[in-house]
Design a protein around this ligand. Structure first.
Ligand SMILES: C[S@@+](CC[C@H](N)C(=O)[O-])C[C@H]1O[C@@H](n2cnc3c(N)ncnc32)[C@H](O)[C@@H]1O
Length: 336
């Protein structure tokens, strides 16, 4: 199969051996999550460690750390030579709290998913998201989630931006733009463009903080918006809808696309980025189907959709032409 995303390709289960490998996939996740729980990559930092010293520093047993580190080295997350362990380049940066490239907010989100995915059977039976008994207040939860989105996409955003041709456009609205990471990457490429992130106030707080540190941040504005209950104010040459449609069901998405159409200048366009299913049967990529289960766990109506279905929604919302924009990651959809 053609590789559609930078994700690890998950094989189909056709034999009992495949089944064993697929079911035991949790051991692969768990060893990394335990390393993150112990914050091992920050403790290792830039030094080389014997197991004895590392176990002491981590307040853990020598036996446990020995077996854990051997596993992390076999996965390529640590390096080992003559019994001394040090960080791999990923461990030293994205996984290390002391590095400016640390992606802790997204790692925390992944760590939380472990317990929540354990309740998947309940969600499948009820068809409902997990009960919201999160002790963290709603606003704080939204801010943490928005930082997680920034840490998730900050290297993907410039890659995607390279493929979006916005010649002639001067205004862009990023609907549900969260931290604004994608719009900032696009603004960096198009110096005459002005961007606006439309999202809930807690997400906009994070977007403001991200923009302050970005060279194109001065060309970004912030629009408090709940697009499910209000129309989109203003009019724009381009509207970006990135990783939003999977949160909602088809009827809500069609209503949103109609609001977007109404907020576009003549000749304007919407660009949609999401986890799409690209094959005829709606089964590939496997990761996109797995992500639908995440939506089952966390949202009332969310899902992942075939690109073909989203194209039909665009037509219902009166977009006259719908095209696919190839990127180095997954393709985008564009409606005009
Ligand atoms: C998965 S995040 C995607 C963020 C960003 N677009 C990206 O691709 O990284 C979805 C975003 O949509 C926002 N959102 C969801 N429903 C919304 C609504 N009804 N009104 C405004 N924003 C909404 C969330 O607050 C969140 O920031």
């Amino acid at each position: 199969m053609k590789k559609l995303s930078p994700w690890i390709e998950i094989p189909e289960v056709q034999t009992f051996e495949h089944l064993r490998a697929a079911v035991n996939g949790y051991t692969y996740s768990r060893v990394i999550l335990t390393a993150l729980d112990l914050d091992i990559f920050s403790v290792v930092g830039g030094q080389s460690w014997t197991i004895r010293r590392l176990a002491l520093a981590l307040h853990s047993s020598k036996r446990g750390i020995d077996i854990l580190c051997r596993n992390l080295a076999s996965l390529g997350l640590l390096e080992v030579q003559n019994g001394l362990y040090k960080n791999s380049s990923l461990g030293a940066t994205a996984l290390n709290k002391k590095s400016p490239e640390y992606r802790g907010a997204y790692l925390s989100l992944l760590q939380r998913h472990w317990d929540e995915w354990s309740q998947l059977t309940d969600s499948v039976k009820s068809g409902k998201p997990l009960p919201d008994d999160d002790p963290i207040a709603e606003e704080e939860h939204r801010r943490a989630f928005t930082w997680a989105m920034h840490h998730r996409s900050r290297d993907m955003a410039p890659r995607i931006a390279k493929h979006i041709d916005l010649r002639g456009a001067t205004t862009l609205l990023d609907v549900g733009g969260g931290p604004g990471t994608y719009t900032l990457a696009i603004l960096a490429k198009w110096p005459k463009l002005h961007g606006t992130v439309g999202d809930r106030p807690a997400a906009l707080q994070v977007a403001r903080a991200v923009a302050r540190k970005h060279p194109a941040g001065k060309r970004l504005s912030f629009l408090p918006l709940d697009f499910m209950v209000e129309d989109i104010p203003g009019s724009y040459d381009v509207i970006l809808l990135s990783n939003v449609i999977h949160i909602y069901g088809p009827a809500e998405n069609i209503a949103l696309l109609k609001k977007i159409k109404a907020a576009l200048n003549p000749g304007g366009r919407v660009i949609i980025q999401d986890f799409f299913l690209w094959d005829k049967k709606g089964l590939r990529p496997i990761e996109t189907n797995l992500f639908a289960l995440t939506m089952l766990l966390y949202t009332e109506t969310g899902n992942t959709y075939a690109a073909q279905e989203v194209k039909k929604w665009l037509t219902k919302a009166k977009f006259l032409t719908v095209t696919t924009i190839p990127t180095s990651d997954e393709p985008l959809l564009e409606g005009r």
